[in-house]
Design a protein around this ligand. Structure first.
Ligand SMILES: NC(=O)c1ccc[n+]([C@@H]2O[C@H](COP(=O)([O-])OP(=O)(O)OC[C@H]3O[C@@H](n4cnc5c(N)ncnc54)[C@H](OP(=O)(O)O)[C@@H]3O)[C@@H](O)[C@H]2O)c1
Length: 243
């Protein structure tokens, strides 16, 4: 798929890795719909930066744990841009959930952002993608989808569900719409990580270092253009999955 002139919706597209993906797509000539949940000002900044690159851009708020809001997001973006060609599903609620759980509802909320949000959004967008004759869905998962992480029961179940959904989308929506996942390794530490934790995470991959959000954005651009790829997982992890 040629990126220039297409419309991309990036969930969680206002901050951190999502922000870099949004701007990489805009730099490549895509019009961008920047979804945010709480980061309104950051979303407006991304929109302004994208417009300065000469593409159309707008921001859209939604809590993707709520089915109605996911569907409304799809409808708003379709109405504003007249269609969507590319969906990058980066939204994620990254919180520890020690098990047995003190707050079982947190499991529901975390998995709802990863699984239900993607389901309802793609369910609402896929008919319009098919009508346009092509579509590309990219989800952001991580290695917890196949390798359990201590204290991350909800996150791991959510990412495993998102991976299963991605493969299912690839099968159900072929040949018009392709769906692939990216599994980043360490590319951007959360603010609370200590220097020791950052060094420990770097030592887990054979390259011995952290990657960057740009590495993930480059993989997104590649998957949009890679017309014979569907249903695959692309690890962007410095080889961490080998260990
Ligand atoms: N950072 C890494 O090294 C790394 C490694 C492996 C995988 N990944 C994956 O790559 C993606 C981006 O990583 P990141 O570190 O930039 O993620 P992050 O800092 O955890 O940001 C996640 C995004 O999810 C959105 N979000 C949270 N709760 C939401 C809700 N209820 N409804 C809608 N959106 C919600 C946030 O939006 P607001 O800010 O607007 O609230 C935010 O933009 C994630 O899927 C993550 O799992 C990242």
């Amino acid at each position: 798929m040629e990126i220039r002139g297409k419309t991309a919706l990036i969930t969680g597209g206002a901050v951190r890795v999502g922000r870099v993906i949004s701007l990489a797509l805009a730099q490549a000539g895509a019009n961008i719909a920047v979804h945010y949940h709480t980061s309104r000002e950051e979303a407006e900044t991304v929109v302004a930066e994208a417009r300065s690159l000469g593409v159309q851009a707008a921001s859209f708020q939604a809590d993707l744990a709520e089915a109605g809001q996911s569907v409304a997001l799809a409808e708003q973006v379709l109405a504003f841009f007249g269609g969507v060609d590319i969906l990058v599903y980066g939204a994620s609620l990254f919180q520890t959930t020690p098990f047995p759980a003190a707050d079982p509802m947190l499991f529901r909320r975390i998995t709802a952002v990863s699984i239900d949000g993607a389901f309802h959004l793609v369910n609402a967008l896929a008919p319009a993608m098919r009508e346009r004759g092509a579509g590309c869905i990219i989800t952001l998962i991580d290695s917890s989808a196949w390798k359990p992480w201590h204290n991350f029961t909800a996150h791991a179940a959510g990412k495993a569900g998102l991976l299963a959904l991605t493969r299912q989308f690839a099968l159900e929506l072929a040949p018009t719409v392709r769906a692939n996942a990216i599994a980043p390794g360490p590319v951007l530490p959360p603010a609370h990580y200590t220097p020791e934790k950052i060094a420990r995470d770097a030592s887990r991959n054979p390259l011995g270092r952290w990657g960057s959000p740009q590495d993930v954005a480059d993989a997104v651009l590649y998957l949009v253009k890679a017309d014979f790829l569907t249903g695959v997982v692309l690890p962007v992890d410095g080889g961490e999955s080998l260990r």
